[in-house]
Write a new protein. Structure first.
Length: 78
């Protein structure tokens, strides 16, 4: 499952990041393996996705979200 597949209002934990050319930038933003992420909302056309992690909000493109493997978390809200 990828971050793109998570619905607004759900939480997940990052398991793997498959972005080679953007990996350093994604990691610098705090998206690391084991990080708890809450999906706040998705734009009407599906791009971008707003997420909340480590005390701040971040938006990602669908193409970036597709490359981040996650595992759903049990109802934890940030």
């Amino acid at each position: 499952m990828t971050l793109k597949d998570i619905s607004p209002g759900e939480s997940c934990v990052i398991r793997n990041i498959n972005l080679n050319n953007l990996r350093k930038r994604i990691i610098d933003m705090g998206l690391t393996t084991g990080t708890l992420v809450f999906v706040r909302k998705v734009a009407p056309l599906g791009d971008p996705i707003e997420i909340h992690l480590r005390g701040y909000s971040l938006t990602l493109r669908k193409t970036e979200a597709r490359m981040i493997e996650v595992e759903k978390s049990d109802g934890v809200k940030l």
